[in-house]
Write a protein that binds this ligand. Structure first.
Ligand SMILES: NC(=O)c1ccc[n+]([C@@H]2O[C@H](COP(=O)([O-])OP(=O)(O)OC[C@H]3O[C@@H](n4cnc5c(N)ncnc54)[C@H](O)[C@@H]3O)[C@@H](O)[C@H]2O)c1
Length: 440
């Protein structure tokens, strides 16, 4: 069993301390606030949270839980230090790292005076890059020792929610071990071996980002369903029925579907239906800032693609794909059509290949759409894949229905490839030049 110090006895630190003690480890809580340290030292909880009192007193009786205000002694007496101090917002929203910097100086001083190896695990929520660029240098400066040689730093995000913190701690959705350079994760993996959910091992920066992405998504879900509820109520439909049916779809709704970073949405339904719904809300004097933000957000993503192409300073652009989605000839509100139009306006010479949108085969409403809305684009279409790829100084991949071998054979070695559909690694073009997406 491990010997662990926990710095910061707030919601995260107190829960971490009592839960890890419950798993049989020896815990030493550390806080600047002597009252919090005294409470935990006497087996009481410094926070109000279901089961924490019970676990604190259980660990206290088993002599597995102590607390102190002495940081140096805490590092000396333990093998691993968890950092759980607060990272509040400044008035302008910027993350306040003063608590992190202070605790790094305290822990670093302990590491300086210690002769054996020490692990430092950051659990406070910090922006990507903070562990590498703030925590490691601060610990190295205070300890006069090297990360990876005399101590090791790891970022492990915490996913507990107040109110169900103990239950969440014991049943996390996953454990993410984010290592800094040369950090051996074996001992930390062991510490969480009881967790039933998967353990992911990655860089500290990725682990830091996962935490923000999870919280941003949770906030998005709350606001989404509240806006849905608000419009349901206004139009007189039962919110509960709608959300029950909506959430029962685990294929497209509550699932990884639509969660692969790639290009903007389009087609004949999503933009039109969003416009109709938000227009109706406006008629009802109902503000739906989240739903209203979706089309502007989508347009900003098309802007990113325009900028990515223009940044290359090349003018001959080849497009693979034009319809809004592979396997259809539907051009209505296709973001690729918007992209081509923007690039033509910037003086680019575009050639387009899309096997589903070969002019001779396009009929009905799509033929009419091309003739009336984008007649100049029709003339840029080619059914000759080789010709389009050979034309391209920049090749924009906008469809998944391309064969890797053919493309690689035709591609110039210096063609820049901008992959908007985020092809799986095995299907990407084999180019010695730049191959990139606009959001990966
Ligand atoms: N509260 C949550 O539900 C939750 C969940 C996941 C992650 N987080 C993140 O975890 C971190 C901690 O959050 P919290 O809500 O537990 O904070 P908190 O404010 O409740 O507790 C922080 C504690 O750290 C102590 N402290 C500050 N500097 C110290 C130092 N140098 N040495 C020892 N103790 C020190 C403070 O006295 C305080 O008791 C934050 O980054 C937060 O974003 C919080």
């Amino acid at each position: 069993m491990a010997s662990i110090s926990v710095f910061g006895l707030g919601y995260v630190g107190a829960v971490t301390a009592v839960c890890l003690a419950h798993k049989g480890n020896r815990l030493l809580g550390v806080d600047l606030n002597p009252l919090k340290a005294e409470m935990l030292e006497s087996g009481r909880t410094p926070i109000v949270e279901v089961r924490v009192e019970e676990l604190a007193s259980e660990a206290h009786r088993g002599d597995r839980l102590h607390a102190t205000t002495d940081a140096v002694a805490a590092v000396a007496q333990t093998d691993i230090s968890f950092i759980c101090v607060g990272t509040p917002s400044q008035r302008n929203g910027k993350l306040d790292l003063r608590g992190i910097e202070r605790v790094c100086r305290d822990v670093g001083e302990g590491v300086r005076r210690k002769n054996s190896f020490h692990y430092v695990v950051l659990r406070s929520t910090v922006l990507p890059g903070t562990t590498d660029s703030v925590v490691v240098p601060a610990l190295e400066a205070a300890s006069c020792k090297r990360n990876g040689a005399d101590f090791a730093v790891c970022f492990i995000p915490e996913f507990l929610r107040e109110g169900s913190a103990v239950a969440d701690f014991f049943e996390p959705p996953f454990t993410v071990l984010g290592a800094t350079k040369d950090c051996d994760l074996a001992q930390l993996r062991e510490l969480f071996a009881w967790a039933r959910a998967p353990i992911f091992e990655t860089s500290a920066a990725s682990a830091e980002m996962v935490k923000y992405v999870c919280n941003a998504f949770h906030a998005l879900k709350v606001d989404f369903v509240n806006e849905v509820g608000a419009i349901c109520k206004e139009v007189g439909v039962d919110t509960e029925t709608v959300t029950r049916i909506f959430t029962s779809d685990t294929h497209l709704n509550i699932s990884p579907a639509y969660l692969k970073p790639g290009f903007a949405f389009g087609g004949s339904c999503l933009p039109k239906d969003l416009r109709a719904l938000t227009y109706r809300a406006k008629e009802l004097d109902l503000r739906l800032p989240l739903l209203e933000s979706l089309l502007p957000s989508n347009a900003a993503h098309i802007d990113r693609a325009v900028e990515a192409v223009l940044r290359t300073n090349k003018k001959k652009i080849g497009f693979l794909g034009l319809s809004f989605k592979s396997g259809t000839d539907d051009l209505r509100d296709s973001p690729l059509v918007h992209l081509v139009k923007r690039l033509l306006g910037e003086g680019c010479q575009c050639r387009i290949w899309d096997e589903d949108v070969v002019l001779g085969r396009v009929l009905g409403s799509n033929r009419q759409f091309i003739d009336e809305t984008v007649p100049h684009i029709g003339s840029l279409l080619s059914s000759n894949l080789k010709e389009v790829i050979e034309h391209a100084e920049v090749l924009v991949v906008g469809t998944k229905s391309v064969s890797n071998d053919k493309l690689t054979a035709y591609l110039h070695t210096d063609t820049v490839v901008i992959d908007l559909v985020h092809l799986d690694k095995s299907r990407r073009l084999n180019t010695q030049n730049t191959y990139e997406g606009i959001c990966w």
